[in-house]
Unconditional design. Structure first.
Length: 351
């Protein structure tokens, strides 16, 4: 009788192979503090461990920002906190960094992780708000000596199928950086017109098949077939481009999927509007002699940043700015393929 009331022993879930495919099964990668050897091995193979984000161009950023102990800085996109940690280390316990992020889930994890590494609230203030509110924070603290804006989406968001950022895994077609506000990409597609969708695909990602895709997607929805998962959208794209010659078709479809998901992500998160507002407020947020570094990941972002910095230089707001982009080294791109599209631009506020 006694044995019948005992809870049966539950075996630990086996780690499925060296590199499990499903996000939820990568429990070693999701616990970097416990499985350091696994994390290091994944990174050495040129991959990003699940639930992590490998910061891009850290050395180049620190070399330019030239952070000194006692200075006040702003990290526009906290993310996994890699850049933030590197900048905090430069302060050597003196000074302060203010960081913003709109993702409540990931920012809470990062704040806790950095606090456990010795970077508590006396050195770091994390605000759950958009970086276009930089003027409000700058007014509170009297401006910034250095600013970093890494405009890329973090790997933790891309790799998590529940967020819907990647066409490679099935999940809800969401794409919001903050799932508690706004509408999802699926909801956006439910009401969008063919003309507006074609324009979005063209403007946000330079998609060459924007007209064909816009027709196919809106026709599918008009027939009552909601495109509410990443797989459904990928399948519509594959079917639409089936007319392409076999040679090169697979790669073209892959790139079209990347561009389509990018265009939708930019739209539902109002990324261009936010960046434009940030660039307008940036000069007043910098103290005289203050330095700003900005990482962009696609042509639309880079053009906007370049235009704003160039205009500011001509108006005498900046004493100098990047005439040419700085790119990650070939070695970094090999170790972290997600760095390949990165461009860094910078400016220095006039004294």
């Amino acid at each position: 009788m006694e044995n019948q009331n005992q809870t049966p022993h539950k075996r630990r879930v086996r780690y499925k192979g060296k590199y499990p495919k499903k996000f939820e099964e990568k429990y070693k990668e999701l616990q970097p503090e416990k499985y350091k050897d696994t994390i290091e091995h994944v990174i050495q193979k040129g991959n990003t461990p699940a639930g992590m984000h490998i910061s891009i161009m850290v050395k180049e950023i620190l070399d330019f920002l030239n952070i000194q102990p006692g200075e006040t800085g702003f990290d526009a996109t906290l993310g996994y906190g890699g850049h933030t940690k590197a900048m905090l280390q430069c302060l050597n316990g003196k000074g302060h960094i203010y960081a913003t992020d709109v993702d409540p889930e990931e920012s809470a994890k990062t704040k806790k992780r950095l606090a456990e590494q010795g970077f508590g609230e006396e050195l770091l203030t994390v605000k759950l708000q958009n970086f276009c509110t930089i003027d409000e924070i700058a007014k509170e603290v009297g401006g910034f000596d250095f600013i970093l804006a890494d405009l890329g989406v973090s790997s933790m968001q891309i790799d998590n199928p529940k967020r819907g950022f990647s066409f490679k895994t099935d999940g809800p077609l969401d794409l919001r950086l903050n799932q508690e506000t706004g509408i999802s990409a699926a909801q956006r597609l439910d009401t969008i017109s063919r003309e507006e969708l074609a324009g979005m695909l063209c403007e946000n990602s330079d998609e060459p098949y924007c007209e064909e895709l816009a027709k196919a997607i809106t026709d599918e929805i008009r027939r009552g077939n909601h495109i509410d998962t990443t797989t459904k959208l990928r399948q519509v794209i594959e079917k639409t481009l089936d007319f392409l010659p076999e040679k090169g078709k697979k790669e073209t479809i892959k790139k079209t999927c990347q561009r389509t998901f990018q265009a939708l992500r930019i739209d539902v998160n109002h990324e261009f509007e936010v960046l434009y507002e940030f660039m307008e407020k940036l000069p007043d947020a910098l103290r005289p002699g203050g330095r700003v570094a900005i990482l962009t990941f696609h042509s639309g972002e880079d053009k906007l940043v370049k235009k704003a910095l160039k205009a500011g230089y001509k108006e005498g707001i900046y004493s100098d700015y990047a005439k040419d982009v700085i790119r990650p080294s070939a070695k970094e791109c090999t170790q972290n393929p997600r760095a390949r599209s990165t461009k860094m631009r910078w400016a220095i506020k006039a004294e």
